[in-house]
Every structure is written in C-alpha cells, then in structure tokens.
Design a protein around this ligand. Structure first.
Ligand code: HEC
Ligand code: CU
Length: 284
C-alpha cells in the first residue's frame, strides 16, 4: 500500500492545481495537508511493533484507576530511566508500555485491595505503547505532533488493535509537551511526587479518586481540591437533575482549585475529564 505521506508531494505539484489562482492553490494545499495529517496519525502507528520482552524492562510504576476499575503497570527501559534521572532527554528507540488489566472485583463489583491497599491484577485488557524514533513525527502539523513519538495499541493476544483511535493519544498527551509528552515522567525518573496532605477543607485527587468522596462543609467555607495524580483532573458541579453547573479550571499535577458554597445543601460533582469520578459536598 502506498502511504498517504508518499502521495502528498504529488498532490502539491499537481499541474492542474498550478493553474488555479493563488488563493485556491493555498486552499487546496491546506486541504491536502489536513487530509494527510489525519491519515498519517493512524499510519504512523505502523512504526510501532509489539514490545516483545516488555516485562524484562523496568516497571517504574503502577496505577489504580478507580474511575474505570483498572490496574495498570508502567514499563520502560533501563536506558530511559537512567536518562531521565540524569536530566537528559529520553533516548531514541525508547518504548514505554502501559499494560492494562481489569481490577479484581468482589461480588458487588467493588475492586478488591491487597495488603497495601492497592488494586489486584485481573485479566489483561490491552497494551498501550509509545515509542520514540529518530526523526519520527516530521509529517505532522505542529498542533498534532508529539515530538518524535508514535503510539499504538495491542490486544491481549499481542495484535494491533485496528479500532484504536490513535489520534486521541496525540490529543491527550499533547498538553504534556514540557515533559516530552510522557505523563508519568516524574515517576520514570524515580520521583513519586508529593503525597496528598489531608486537611480540613482540602480534597485530594489521587488515583482517579476524590478523597474523601463525601465531604462536609459549613456555609461560606472554602473547599480546595488538590491534584496529586499525573493525569489532569477537574471539578464540575452536577445538580440532582443531572444539569451541570459551575466548573473549576483543569488542574495539572500539583495544582489546586477552590470553590465556595454559599447555600446549605448537598452538592454532587464529577471530574469533567473522567465522568466516572464522583464526589459530593454536604454544606450545613
Ligand atoms: C484521556 C487522555 C488519554 C488518552 C486519550 C491517552 N492517554 Fe496515554 N496516558 C494518559 C494518562 C493520564 C497516563 C498516565 C497513566 C494513567 O493514569 O493511566 C497515560 C500514560 C500513557 C503511557 C505511559 C507513559 C506516559 O506517558 O506516562 C503510555 C505508553 C500511553 N499513555 C499510551 C497511550 C496510547 C497508545 C494512547 C492512544 C490509544 C493513549 N495513551 C491515549 C492519558 C491518556
Ligand atoms: Cu479526572
């Protein structure tokens, strides 16, 4: 199959297009570019092969995803860990593998916890992989490109998941440009980050969970949410009838947002980015 990237130059030098007025040429070129970009995002994933031997690398972290009841392992290479620890760029040919498992649940569907209070590993669901290659990504426009990274998803039996939306990988990892698009970069370098400090009026967001999920407050009291996850989170108030109300800004790791409740009542809320994350404030 000819890849859209090799076709692209033909579109640009098409002699018919040259006879168009300047503005039309520009429009056609732009349209071709947009088309190429959307194709290329999927096509680029072909560069990423199944990460054979992933479990011989370094497991640099695990994630309990309370919102989707998953247990996840983060795997990397010793070279990448050493580079990040030394403050150097992640080397080319680095493969990061996020292995997703179902969390083991009890008969009520509640995740079972081990002696450390962490989720237990159930069935393997998928491998999501990102790989950095020298010169990769050059065909993408700046608003899409994730440096030199490409993404791919493999099923439990190690086959490419053709249904995976690889564009979404680029979109979600893009805001983490300052850390080379690696959301868990701090942990990759061996730095777990600050733990949540419980305090009155403070709700920690950790492991995709609002802690505590139910909070009591006095009328007029300030409530602060602090995000200690690598993932961004947000707070959106949801009325009893399901209508969404006031929302905070998106909190990156270490950031906080505050809301004040002026009337008594119970205020339900969700995370606008992960709607399965729920909490409530009872204002008296
Ligand atoms: C909704 C946002 C979102 C989307 C979409 C997304 N990711 Fe991620 N990704 C995350 C978060 C958050 C983490 C941190 C680990 C966690 O919380 O599970 C992560 C971590 C990873 C990691 C571990 C390295 C790192 O960056 O921390 C890999 C590999 C990865 N994602 C691959 C993918 C692939 C492949 C896709 C596309 C199929 C994808 N991701 C789509 C949010 C996203
Ligand atoms: Cu969230």
């Amino acid at each position: 199959m000819t890849s859209p990237r090799t076709q692209f130059p033909f579109v640009r030098i098409n002699p018919v297009r040259r006879t168009f007025r300047r503005s039309h040429v520009a429009t056609a070129a732009l349209a071709a570019l947009a088309l190429t970009t959307s194709f290329a995002v999927g096509a680029g994933g072909e560069k990423v092969a199944f990460p054979e031997g992933w479990d011989k690398g370094v497991m640099y972290g695990t994630v309990d995803r309370h919102d989707i009841k998953q247990y996840r392992e983060l795997w990397s290479t010793p070279a990448a860990v050493a580079a990040v620890k030394a403050g150097k760029p992640i080397p080319h040919d680095t493969v990061l593998t996020l292995v997703q498992y179902k969390a083991v649940v009890d008969d009520k569907g509640v995740p079972v916890k081990d002696e450390k209070g962490r989720f237990k590993k159930g069935d393997l669901v998928a491998y999501t992989v990102m790989q950095k290659g020298k010169g990769w990504g050059g065909e993408y426009s700046d608003d899409v490109r994730n440096g030199e990274w490409e993404y791919q998803v493999f099923t439990a039996d190690k086959k490419v998941n053709e249904k995976a939306n690889l564009k979404s990988c680029f979109t979600c990892h893009k805001p983490h440009e300052k850390q080379d698009f690696v959301i868990t970069l701090a942990r990759l370098g061996g730095n777990a980050g600050a733990a949540a400090k419980p305090a009155p009026g403070v709700i920690a967001i950790a492991d995709f969970l609002f802690g505590p999920e139910k909070h009591e407050a006095k009328v007029g009291q300030k409530i602060t949410w602090t995000n200690v996850d690598d993932s961004p989170h947000q707070v959106t108030l949801v009325a009893a009838d399901g209508k969404q109300g006031q929302r905070t800004g998106v909190m990156l790791k270490g950031q906080s947002e505050t809301l004040t409740f002026d009337k008594p009542g119970t205020y339900g809320y969700i995370c606008g980015l992960h709607p399965n994350m729920k909490g409530s404030i009872e204002v008296k």
